[in-house]
Design a protein around this ligand. Sequence first.
Ligand SMILES: Nc1ncnc2c1ncn2[C@@H]1O[C@H](COP(=O)(O)OP(=O)(O)OP(=O)(O)O)[C@@H](O)[C@H]1O
Ligand SMILES: O=P(O)(O)OC[C@H]1O[C@H](OP(=O)(O)OP(=O)(O)O)[C@H](O)[C@@H]1O
Ligand SMILES: O=C(O)c1cccnc1
Ligand SMILES: [Mg+2]
Length: 557
Amino acid sequence: MGSMTEAVGSAAPLIPAATNPMVTPLLTDLYQFTMAYAYWKAGKHKERAVFDLFFRKSPFGGEYTVFGGLEECIRFVANFKLTEEEILYLQSVMPGCEDDFFEYLRAVDCSDVEVYAIPEGSVVFPKIPLMRVEGPVALVQLLETPFVNLVNFASLVTTNAARHRIVAGNSKTLLEFGLRRAQGPDGGMSASKYCYIGGFHATSNVAAGKLFGIPLRGTHSHAFVSSFMNPNEILDKTLQSHDGSITCKDFVNLVQTWLSKLQHSDSLHGLFGDTNQSELAAFISYALAFPDNFLALVDTYNVMRSGVPNFCAVALALNELGYKACGVRLDSGDLAYLSIETRKFFRAIEKEFNIPGFGETSIAASNDLNEETLDALNKQGHEIDTYGIGTYLVTCYSQAALGCVFKLVEINKQPRIKLSEDVTKVSIPCKKQCFRLYGREGYPLVDLMCGVNEPPPKVGERILCRHPFIESKRAYVVPQHVEELLRCYWPGKSHEAREKLPSLQETRDRCIEQLRKIRPDHMRRLNPTPYKVSVSGKLYDYIHFLWLNEAPVGELQ
Ligand SMILES: Nc1ncnc2c1ncn2[C@@H]1O[C@H](COP(=O)(O)OP(=O)(O)OP(=O)(O)O)[C@@H](O)[C@H]1O
Ligand SMILES: O=P(O)(O)OC[C@H]1O[C@H](OP(=O)(O)OP(=O)(O)O)[C@H](O)[C@@H]1O
Ligand SMILES: O=C(O)c1cccnc1
Ligand SMILES: [Mg+2]
């Protein structure tokens, strides 16, 4: 693809359909079709319109957002075509509409639509168009709902994942465990995909592993532990050593021997007595099934008096056969305290039995984790290496929606504005180009919108950046680096080169890289500094000219 110009017809088959087969041209609001009809009736449907897709406020009380969902929008556009069945259905729900309208719909595709967008996985800010969509007004109108739908949750949950990632710290492994709690199958699949982009390392969602190639990870549940009664029920007790040189005929017995050594060891003396034997049976069975991948959920009965000693007995028996146990998961109680006590136990074993590395055996924690609990754990000090996070992450519990909108900014080359009593809701008119201006320290200073015909900002040249609505807020900026934000992802009939859709991995890398580039005070959880989003002097004047032109003058009596 690269810089070559491609006709849409030849490019379309290269782009697969949207991931979810429910994403069809009918996945829109009825009013998009009724408006399309009214545009058509008025002979206006082919008028060229420009819409911006943007949000007004970053979620979760933060000052940044990560853009997700672009690839799905492009897949949708590339394959946009109403089927005969869909046309017949529309005809049935829009009685009285002329047949010729449905003839028009039959022929419609997105070959005359242009989509410019900020690359997916980028850090983005309020009011800046994430996507600029241009094309025949009736058609682009039909795209509003699916585009906003595809971007809203994707960006929200990517941002949520990124926020969890930032609080947890870069050294921690983050697992997304949310499928069972997600808002339905699409909520679950989307969450797995976008949490990965936002910086999670793996998911428990097998379908997402297969479909998106996301690494899969998992432990086991309490049911597995409580389903066992005692070690006597284990029938096949044999385990070959890691290198195949020894066959241990009675692994259960080897584990019992180690448990007894632990019970009588000097450093662990008095920490625990008899452990739960049904739990031990479960751990042994899991180790026999996965000797290379043994991990144990240690909180079913009692973490320090049973789960951890039982895990260690199995891990030491495995160690004798040349295997290395993976670790434990804590799923209840005070996770800071329990992780610290567990670590002490592991370190004591490393010392007493001279097993290098045992002290660093991995400790995973789960159970209703969210940004606040991660933050609290950090403040208290803990020994957790891996977090498994479900409900709060995938449902975006602390904010239900991002609130993306899709607003008309130009029609027939005439800039349009949407006024509101609430100044934050006034839309920014004109077909715009957008830039990120970087300062001397390498951080972005400001995002700047200006009309497409204005000269772009230049490195080393002073430019006036104005708050779009507040007259007194303005600053001269001398950028050290200028980044054009909107790129062409769907050229329509223009001769622009089409940006290649990156792989999931590339999008994830971009997200991680971009988050590193933002000044830390914009990223902090409490009272972050707002990032400056501005317009050029010329665009400022135009907004206010249009505003005064369109707003009726009140009359007082
Ligand atoms: N040290 C800690 N600091 C702050 N929050 C913690 C800490 N340890 C655990 N939590 C959180 O406290 C909450 C404990 O919830 P809850 O009381 O329902 O669980 P539990 O009784 O430990 O477990 P369960 O009910 O599943 O047996 C969870 O949200 C957990 O993430
Ligand atoms: O807590 P979340 O962030 O949603 O993470 C996923 C949770 O799902 C599993 O148990 P589940 O909640 O099904 O059962 P339990 O917590 O009642 O044991 C797991 O043990 C976690 O606790
Ligand atoms: O693998 C796990 O431990 C897991 C997966 C989903 C939900 N809770 C835990
Ligand atoms: Mg739970």
